[in-house]
Ligand binder design. Structure first.
Ligand code: NAP
Ligand code: GDD
Length: 385
């Protein structure tokens, strides 16, 4: 018989990859999505099945992590073998402005899930994966960070996730639940939200190459992150729930890179060589030269002349805007994933270069489509005309 999975945050980056991965493995996948005034299912539209489909194996439910009764009802109806709690307000900078909401959703939301499973008498049936995060390490107490490194969160998001981590561990120890934390370091993809730094950069690289944008404004260029590909990381989530015993695992690549270097590599992917100079707010990344063959292959010959003109007239493509600086920053993250490598047999397939290639090339395709629609006189809606 097919296993049943329930995923919160199904419309997000990880929810979409995980749903597709589990469906390929023969699971019946239920997902919780929030009601929104516009469609918010773009990432999972390719998985959608009409409600009249026979033997449907992909089913969406309206819900919210702030609504206990709704969560309890959905868990009761779906009786999941595996529950992946991926739903969260996941943007660190935004959490400084929405701290109470984040505590409720990312922190207490996890408690609601655990308590519902316990209340419904599903503790022996339902295995729970909690989306923990390297943000727990914050002001790092050790380099690299392992499962034994003490936590020191640096944002309302990190603090809410700290509660979620410990309440998951507590329900495991107090009630014998198969509840595990995946302490995942940053993971990205072509469907990463556009305001996270990697996607902001790869999208801007595409738009700059196509003449749709002059420059990208970033905050702290010196922060370092351990970036992997979301496709690799959802495999780890699944593996964690296949273990006989619940446990907590660091999932990371073990390599850390500055934001500045990520930007440099992203431009280089399409043949634009960028050179950084200046200090702090005055720092800029300028186009130094162009590898024309690479640019033509990745972007197209018709865009080459414009970008060549820019080297002389307006070479600055990366600029600093201090409004993106965080009230308290996490300067360095680098994971030590040996436990996951050894116990789960997990190894990432993508390295940073492969990740950047995937993201930049996908954004070139997407932005070309956007540019084409714009040039085609896409009608603007004027509601009061
Ligand atoms: P994401 O793209 O921002 O997706 C978050 C998902 O949570 C979306 O489906 C969102 O729905 C949903 N959500 C937000 N508020 C909710 C609420 N009140 N009730 C129910 N659902 C809600 O995040 P992601 O990158 O896929 O990350 C998945 C999880 O892993 C998150 O918990 C994140 O904190 C954690 N994490 C991520 C990373 C990373 O690098 N990506 C690393 C470590 C941990 P809408 O689509 O309606 O907004
Ligand atoms: N978002 C953003 N935008 N970040 C910028 C910018 C900018 O313009 N310029 C510099 N940065 C720096 C941030 O200050 C931070 O040090 C780093 O880039 C990464 O920022 P994000 O991409 O927003 O990710 P994050 O590391 O804060 O959080 C992500 O990873 C966590 C795991 O470590 C999110 O996915 C969290 O949900 C996740 O838990």
């Amino acid at each position: 018989m097919s296993k049943v999975a329930l995923i919160t945050g199904i419309t997000g980056q990880d929810g979409a990859y995980l749903a597709e991965y589990l469906l390929k493995k023969g699971y019946i996948v239920h997902g919780i999505k929030r009601r929104s005034s516009l469609f918010n299912t773009e990432r999972i539209d390719h998985l959608y099945q009409d409600p009249h489909t026979e033997n449907r194996n992909f089913i969406l439910h309206y819900g919210d992590l702030t609504d206990s009764m709704n969560l309890t009802r959905i868990i009761q109806e779906t009786q999941p073998d595996e529950l992946y709690n991926l739903g969260a307000m996941s943007h660190v900078m935004v959490s400084f402005d929405t701290a109470e909401y984040v505590a409720n959703t990312d922190g207490v939301g996890t408690l609601r899930i655990l308590e519902a499973v316990k209340l419904l008498g599903l503790t022996q049936k339902t295995r729970i994966y909690q989306a923990s995060t390297s943000e727990l390490y914050g002001m790092v107490q050790e380099v690299p960070q392992s499962e034994k490194t003490p936590f020191y969160p640096r944002s309302p998001y990190g603090v809410a996730k700290l509660y979620a981590f410990w309440i998951t561990k507590n329900y495991r120890e107090a009630h014998g639940m198969h509840a595990s934390n995946g302490i995942l370091f940053n993971h990205e993809s072509p469907i990463r939200g556009e305001t996270f730094v990697t996607r902001k950069i790869t999208r801007a690289v595409a738009r700059i190459a196509l003449g749709m944008q002059d420059a990208v404004f970033l905050g702290n260029l010196s922060a370092r992150r351990d970036w992997g590909h979301a496709k690799d990381y959802v495999r780890a989530m699944h593996l964690i729930l296949q273990q006989d015993e619940p446990d907590d695992y660091v999932i990371a690549t073990g390599v850390t890179t500055e934001i500045r270097k990520f930007a440099w590599k992203s431009f280089r992917e399409i043949g634009i060589n960028v050179e950084f100079s200046g200090e702090a707010e005055k720092e800029t990344g300028k186009i130094r030269d162009i590898d024309e063959k690479n640019f033509i292959e990745k972007v197209g010959e018709e865009f080459l002349d414009d970008i060549k003109v820019r080297i002389k007239t307006n070479p600055d493509v990366v600029k600093v805007d201090p409004s993106y600086y965080r009230p308290s920053e996490v300067d360095l993250l680098i994971g030590y994933p040996t436990k996951a490598n050894q116990k789960l047999g997990w190894k990432p397939e993508y390295d940073l270069t492969g990740l950047i290639k995937d993201m930049v090339n996908s954004d070139i395709k997407l932005m070309k489509r956007e540019r084409y629609l714009k040039d085609g006189g896409w009608e603007t809606l004027n509601y009061f005309e």
